[in-house]
Design a protein around this ligand. Sequence first.
Ligand code: NAD
Length: 349
Amino acid sequence: MSDRGHAPGRSSLGAEKDGYRGRLVLVTGAAGFIGSHLVDALVERGARVRALDNLATGSKENLSHRMGEIEYMEGDIRTMETCRRACEGAFFVFHQAALGSVPRSFADPATTFGVNVAGTANVFAAARDAKVRRVIYASSSSVYGDSEKLPKREGEEGKPISPYALSKAMDEDLAAIFGRCYGMELIGLRYFNVYGPRQDPDGPYAAVIPRFFKAYFAGEAPVIYGDGEQSRDFTFVEDAVEANLLAAGALPAACGRAYNVAGGRRITVNELASLVREAVGGGPDPRHEAPRPGDVRHSLADLSLCARELAYAPAVELAEGIARSRRHYDEVSVSSHPRRVAPESASGG
Ligand code: NAD
């Protein structure tokens, strides 16, 4: 994990570099892709980490190297009592638990809403009762919905075009209400297609980059849904983690909003396939299948609000992020050790 400065002098809660030492923080969805990297960063900064997950899509393997250092709690955010126990004594809550993936939300909207909305309401209410100092929660670029404006700017959202997107938009409304009604400090982070080591390559809901790595390592043609000219703004997981740390330390005036968190550059899915193919050292041309419902055509974040209010700037270029991901997927040899059902889709971002 890179050690960036966390805007010394801007921080209000002592969350800069050493400010976590001895503090209890809760990470929900901690056994997942982003959550487990966040746990690493927080442990490295001296925090006492409570890690909550029900292993719906995450894996204990993602935390195995931390098990002696954290308080691991298996439980479901849909259960209020679990959320209460998880929030007890916590200074910060980093709420990552959710069911990702646009296609999954089309297949099973009720479960997506149950976890992403009712579960999030439980986490926020438990955080209120436990007097948690600040809640940072995962939103998504999917809240921009049918807006065709580029770049995507906070305040210029369209209508959601999938149950997943609506669940994340509802989380933002929930956060606004908890801020307004209870004076809580909450900050949302609208992740744009996060990728990197530990992102699950398996299952029907796997995200595009791990799917491409898996296919190319197996010598197979990766599947592209649609013509591949749809574009995405990819965010390396370390940058997403950094945004969480910056949000925890930001001035109170930064609370009550959701910010874009992205790599700040857009490439097409066809270009992405070429990049992954080169990284792996060659492979067949991609195979095209019908586009999937709920797929946003183009995505690119405007990062000026996040830069101004949170001092966020992406640090890991796509080429470097792809190289680091390649090393990971090479090590775990995705082709020979299939794992379990997966998280976010290419469109889910
Ligand atoms: P992930 O699936 O790897 O992580 C989510 C974690 O939440 C998993 O470990 C899962 O087991 C856990 N979880 C699910 N339901 C739960 C429940 N009911 N109770 C407790 N834990 C539960 O996905 P991720 O990519 O790490 O995503 C983390 C967050 O970021 C999610 O809120 C997701 O919607 C959001 N997000 C991710 C991306 C991305 O590109 N990866 C983009 C936008 C938003």
